[in-house]
Design a protein around this ligand. Structure first.
Ligand SMILES: C[S@@+](CC[C@H](N)C(=O)[O-])C[C@H]1O[C@@H](n2cnc3c(N)ncnc32)[C@H](O)[C@@H]1O
Length: 219
């Protein structure tokens, strides 16, 4: 009887220790995410009016952030980093879904500034920033991706899509910036993707320059 009570007490003690360790871990993780949120949102709010290198407006960055969180995406590709505004929005979302963004920029100065900005926003762990020509690297990256943001040279938009498409998961989402522009090639891309039967495409109404949002429904 005494021995049984001893075993029971040991069992309760062990259970309590595991429970304590688990709740401490959960609290630590919550605190870490809280710190990430605080730093990223402060960085984005402070710099709101200071993006100069064809960066997306604040509201468009938020559209990307919301899409990633809503769909729990974890492997994003961005074509056209510039100095990192949209990358930071996507990376912040990835800090919540447990994913990562690969971003490509061909201009060395802008790539360097982007890396610094991403670090200042506290999001370096969620980004692989590549200094490269996306015409080449997009073909080479293995994927798979569940989210793509195309925001580099508009004349290549359709080709970027053709190169990434086989690596985009079903249920994934392909977005492109400036599709409301009637010159430069983004409009051609929009017409192309709107005709594809395995994609469902809308254009975000809140964005002044137009973000196309295309969900892949089937292979
Ligand atoms: C509109 S800006 C990107 C803005 C960025 N997405 C943001 O919101 O912060 C387009 C960027 O694409 C880059 N770009 C243009 N052609 C490229 C290429 N072939 N490979 C990689 N980057 C390219 C440009 O240097 C430029 O910085």
């Amino acid at each position: 009887m005494k021995q049984r009570r001893l075993i029971l007490m040991r069992f309760v003690g062990a259970f309590y220790m595991v429970f304590l360790a688990y709740t401490t871990l959960v609290a630590q993780q919550a605190r870490t995410q809280e710190e990430i949120d605080k730093k990223a949102s402060a960085f984005l709010d402070d710099r709101k009016e200071e993006w100069r290198y064809w960066n997306v407006p604040y509201e468009d960055g938020k559209v990307l952030y919301d899409l990633i969180i809503k769909n729990k995406y974890q492997s994003a590709l961005e074509i056209g980093t510039s100095t990192g505004h949209s990358t930071i929005w996507m990376a912040w979302a990835m800090s919540k879904t447990g994913g990562k963004v690969i971003s490509i920029e061909v201009d060395e100065g802008r790539h360097k500034t982007a890396v610094e900005n991403i670090k200042k926003a506290g999001l370096a762990d969620y980004v692989d920033a590549h200094l490269a020509d996306a015409h080449v690297l997009v073909k080479e990256l293995p994927g798979p991706f569940d989210f793509v943001f195309s925001d580099a040279d508009k004349g290549w938009y359709t080709q970027y899509f053709k190169d990434v498409e086989p690596k985009l998961k079903v249920g994934g989402c392909y977005t492109a910036h400036n599709v409301s522009n009637t010159t430069g090639g983004a409009d051609e891309f929009l017409k192309y993707i709107q005709k594809l039967p395995n994609y469902s495409t809308t254009v975000n109404a809140a964005s002044s320059s137009g973000i196309s949002i295309s969900y892949k429904k089937a292979e």
